[in-house]
Write a protein that binds this ligand. Sequence first.
Ligand code: SAH
Ligand code: SF4
Ligand code: F3S
Length: 454
Amino acid sequence: MEFFVQTYGCQMNKLDTNLVINSFVHAGFELTDQPSEADIVLINTCSVRQHAEERVLSLLGHLKHIKKTQPGIIVAVFGCMAQRLKEDLLRYEVVNIVCGPLQIPQLVGLVNKTIEQNTKLAAVSSDIRHNPQQQQSDQLDDFELLYDLAQDNLPAQAYVRVMRGCDNFCSYCVVPYVRGPEASRPPQKIIAQIKKLADAGIKQITLLGQTVNSYRYNGSSFADLLYEVSKINGIEWIKFVTCYPKNFDERIFKAMVDLPKICRYLHIPAQSGSDKILKAMSRGYTCGQYLEIIDKARDIVPDIAIAGDFIVGFPGETDEDFQKTVELVEKTQYKNCFIFKYSPRPGTRADGKLADNVPMEVKKQRNIKLLAVQEKISENLNKSFIGRTVKVLVEGTSKKSHLDKTDKQGVPQLIGRTAGDFIAVFDGPENLAGQFVDIVITKTSALTLFGQVN
Ligand code: SAH
Ligand code: SF4
Ligand code: F3S
């Protein structure tokens, strides 16, 4: 039988999708990239903004249509939205299975049972914040270790989870309610997993957690983990996302300087530049404290590349508050920023307490303005690369045709990323995918470096 997977959401979900794909392949199912050919459609969902959920609902609408002519299709919704809406999702006629992010090891079994019994099934946590988790954690760890040789990843790259869940409860955020309590994985399991990946030819790993810098296991910190991971032969680049700008252990910056494998890239969302809004978001730091961390980072690692996230139009955000965000973006000089319009999430504290009182039009304007501010910064930063040689790990052929396409007919354009997460586009043979190459940068835009293989 063939299965198709559609994934929404963050890297955690991409990783989960990979694990799920491998578990299905292991169980004898065949992956297809054509939904129309699939007997089983798996949808890995995100709840972080309303828009993410709307996309899932619209896909379900589409599948309802397909199911009219192919009534045998099995549709399984898993991930964060499955955990948020639980059995309610089964009310959609088209949905056969609902499976939470902590239940993904059961997904193959659920599908098999549905094939045999033609019943609707749900496996979600009933009270994700309070149930004992140890057994579940062990099960997830085993699942991770068994199935981490992802088919769907970029060549020579893999994600490795270092922690699950989140305990921060930022007032706008659904993640703690759908991913459960924060739990760090044992370092020996992480190391064993990375060694296995390295043996299979993986060269770059990205350590994943909602707040990786708060990783702690029996007294062992995230910086300790970086030193351990760095010892693994075969792994050449180590990246990690996301960092939380509170109680930042500066040994992480020292590790970047000490250990050549640790990429000098820091994704550290500020969310807002206004102390009033940061307080309403329950972020637990001020704009000044955030900037202290950025200063410290640049002090210890002068060439560090910094990326951020911002939410515009949070309840009560005035023009003045927004102006403070603009100033923070200008001061920090990010390499790039992800900017989101506030989206009220049911069950979160902000949604319960604060009216979503910034009009959509104002949110849109602020989003456009902040993007423009960042674009100028990125453009200038990228210009400084002209004439320099950068090392990139090649991801594969570039989907879009970029400017600077020369007359070399038939030579594909490749895309790669630097250690600082800058995207570079250049001509070269497809078999460079998964290799490190040196690129001389000849041209730049706000989003991309263009160059030639050195
Ligand atoms: N754990 C990460 C973020 C995970 S969610 C961290 O704390 O940095 C990814 C991003 O989505 C967040 O950084 C935030 O900018 C955005 N986001 C989260 N909830 C949102 C909401 N309700 N509306 C709009 N954007 C949101
Ligand atoms: Fe959400 Fe805050 Fe946790 Fe990030 S740290 S996942 S924004 S609650
Ligand atoms: Fe990620 Fe979305 Fe879940 S951002 S953790 S997939 S709610």
